[in-house]
Design a protein around this ligand. Structure first.
Ligand SMILES: Cc1ncc(COP(=O)(O)O)c(C=O)c1O
Length: 231
């Protein structure tokens, strides 16, 4: 069995003659599901056709289903416009919890928007002060922000994130679809300095492999219906 690499990881770094026999792709003709329709409460529906369903039942790419990855990259640029984006990387993951539970020591952990359980949101000024402290002690900031889209500010005035002021590349930001679409589907996305996100991908390759393909298909479908806006 020859497998494709799962996303810029181990297989991509090996020599061209390497055959990856670490996993086995099941025969797609034996997958039980043909297609599916998710009926939304508002009357709309999301159709997973035969082609998408075949892909959804097979192993996927660790960094995320490419159409959804494109969408979340666009979300990050739109809402955070990170100053260090050229040296950053965005990936789809299985939620904010997975992101922050796998980060290193020597970090400042923040849950900046509608913090659980206090409900407090850090002001822009406070974020800048915390960023300066991180800079002074050369610390990484883990920005666990699953409630970002639920902020109680003015309409369309989203809080300025740590990612959006991160000129040094010291912010690992965790976003989540858990609070705005579904927590059970287990989909989120992570943005951070490329070398750190690459390590995260390598770790994922050896542990959970990738987020559920069907969940990603569903989230991608919802996202398109919402015309790329959660604001
Ligand atoms: C602060 C905080 N971080 C992370 C999570 C988990 O988010 P996810 O479902 O995206 O893993 C929660 C959920 O309760 C939370 O309150």
């Amino acid at each position: 069995m020859i497998m494709e690499g799962r996303g810029g990881g181990l297989f991509e770094r090996s020599t061209p003659s390497t055959l990856n026999i670490a996993g086995g792709l099941p025969n797609p003709s034996k997958f039980p599901l043909k297609d599916a329709v998710f009926n939304l409460k508002n009357g709309d529906s999301i159709y997973i056709d035969e082609k998408k369903m075949a892909i959804a039942q097979q192993y996927g790419v660790t960094k995320g289903y490419l159409p959804l990855l494109k969408q979340v990259e666009e979300l990050v640029l739109r809402y955070h416009n990170p100053p260090n984006y050229a040296n950053s990387r965005v990936i789809v993951n299985i939620g904010a919890q997975d992101g922050f539970s796998r980060t290193l020591e020597m970090v400042i952990y923040v849950n900046p928007t509608a913090s659980n359980p206090s409900g407090m949101t850090l002001t822009k000024e406070r974020k800048k002060k915390i960023y300066e402290i991180a800079r002074l002690y050369n610390l990484l900031i883990v920005e666990d922000d699953p409630y970002y889209f639920l902020h109680f500010g003015e309409d369309n005035e989203f809080p300025e994130s740590f990612l959006s002021i991160d000129t040094d590349g010291r912010v690992m930001r965790m976003d989540s679809f858990a609070k705005i679409i579904s927590s059970g589907f287990r989909i989120g996305y992570l943005t951070g300095p490329e070398p750190l996100v690459d390590k995260y991908i390598q770790h994922s390759e050896m542990t959970m492999m990738h987020p559920s393909c069907l969940s990603q298909d569903y989230v991608n479908g919802i996202y398109r219906q919402e015309e790329c806006s959660f604001g």
